[in-house]
Design a binder for this molecule. Structure first.
Ligand code: FAD
Length: 408
């Protein structure tokens, strides 16, 4: 049986950062990283942005050059999938092979949630999670005119922006009454709906899908519950992910929506950490609520927390959440977690396409969404960290820099 002092499962953002942090902190034991994709760790966000648009080649997505891992003596076991974990014998199973570990860092992200209706398994129904997903779509795009995107979250909206810029006819179907309903307030949703409409995207909210019509395994139309038929050449599904936690939960780890971790990213199993999209943790910026965060920030920061604990320099996870989304010429930057807000304050005019929304709860700043407003994003961060109570009139005055807004 091969053995690694630290075995990382999942070669994505969190796995890469964990390996990098181990060597940066001077860990000199053996490190192995198992990943079921064929490529070394790469950035996932461009998959629905610059890479999909053809503006950035795959080499520029690599988190580190391919040679980096061997230079740091990190064994990359790619194209292999862990199917079980034995926390007593301290080994994982990959195919018929057992690989032993001293400590395990579980960084497996999630798999795209797919539709379950009739026709959902047609070969031109795509997810956007992995390089392979996007390569498969890009290979077909020349023969595609009509694309139906299911899901009005960030990934669906970013894909809509890319495809409409490429001249495709895009219909975007969102089941809720507004896009981005899960992650943002109504002002931001309405702004992005307007932008997509202005770019020719046929955006439908409250859209209930009945099934997909397919001929010879190829989807030809989406049939709505109200009887409408939307003819299509390609379908993209962006309706969230299911955390990849099966082997850990089967091994006895506590969890439900993700694997439960404590403030040091420890699971309930001995010497097993979980990090990134798959890790359910209590987040101070959500009032201590248990949650999974799907962001590069969370993957990187949790990886550092797990490694610091392994290196016996524990520092509890307390990083302020941040995220971004690029659509058309709009750069959205968010800081904090807006869920649970009871008031919003608009800074600037959305019509100018540069503005911010400040989210408050009980008078305290809990989050900001900043559209083409980098200064607000940078300066607002400290207010989120401090949960500051600020003067609402000054907050609403975009001519006053956020760092100069007085206490309320
Ligand atoms: P991942 O990066 O998904 O890595 C997990 C890896 O583990 C994958 O390679 C997976 O195949 C592998 N794996 C799973 N199970 C096993 C197993 N049993 N054995 C071996 N390997 C396994 N975040 C932002 O902050 N900003 C953005 O703009 C943004 N845009 C995004 C756009 C897209 C299209 C997508 C898909 C995500 C985006 N995200 C964005 C989210 C961000 O990419 C994720 O939060 C981040 O990748 C999480 O890192 P992770 O390491 O937890 O998971």
């Amino acid at each position: 049986m091969s053995y690694y002092d630290i075995l990382i499962v999942g070669a994505g953002h969190a796995g890469a950062q964990a390996a990098i942090a181990l060597r940066q902190m001077g860990f000199d034991g053996s490190v192995g990283m198992i990943g079921d994709e064929k490529d070394p760790p790469y950035e996932r966000p461009p998959l629905s942005k610059e890479y999909f648009a053809g503006d950035k080649g795959f080499d520029r997505l690599l988190i580190r050059p391919a040679a980096f891992w061997a230079e740091r003596n990190i064994a990359m076991l790619l194209g292999r999938r862990v199917r079980s974990v034995d926390p007593v014998g301290r080994f994982v199973t990959v195919g018929d092979e057992e690989i032993g570990y001293g400590k395990l860092i579980w960084c497996t992200g999630g798999s795209p949630r797919m539709l379950t209706c009739k026709g959902a398994d047609a070969h031109n129904v795509h997810a956007v999670r992995r390089r392979d997903d996007v390569d498969a779509m890009m290979a077909k795009l020349d023969s595609v005119t009509h694309v139906t995107i299911i899901g009005g979250g960030y990934i669906g909206l970013e894909a809509a922006a890319v495809l409409s810029k490429l001249g495709k006819q895009v219909v975007l179907l969102e089941a809720q009454d507004r896009v981005l309903a899960r992650v943002a307030g109504e002002d931001l949703s309405r702004f992005y709906e307007g932008e997509h409409r202005a770019h020719g995207v046929d955006r439908r909210t409250g859209a209930q899908i009945d099934h997909i019509d397919a001929t010879d395994g190829r989807a030809t139309a989406v049939l709505m519950q109200d009887g409408e038929r939307i003819d299509t050449d390609m379908i993209i599904v962006g309706i969230g992910i299911i955390p990849e936690t099966g082997p850990l939960i089967a091994a006895g780890a506590a969890g439900g929506n993700g694997v439960d971790v404590d403030e040091y990213c420890r699971t309930s199993l001995p010497d097993i950490y979980a990090v990134g999209d798959c890790a359910s943790h209590a987040n101070r910026f959500a009032g201590g609520a248990q949650m999974r965060l799907e962001s590069v920030q969370n993957a990187n920061d949790q990886a550092k927390v797990a490694v610091a604990h392994i290196m016996e320099k524990p520092a509890a996870y307390d990083a302020v959440p941040w995220f971004w989304s690029n659509q058309y010429d709009l750069k959205l930057q968010t800081v904090g977690i807006s869920a649970g807000f009871d008031q919003t304050i608009l800074r600037g005019d959305p019509a100018s396409r540069s503005f911010s929304i400040v989210y408050l709860k009980g008078g305290k700043v809990i989050a900001l969404d900043c559209v083409n407003a980098v200064k607000d994003y940078v300066q607002g961060r400290a207010h989120v960290v401090a949960a500051a109570t600020l003067d609402p009139a000054q907050l609403a005055d975009a001519s006053i820099p956020l760092k100069e807004v007085g206490l309320g």
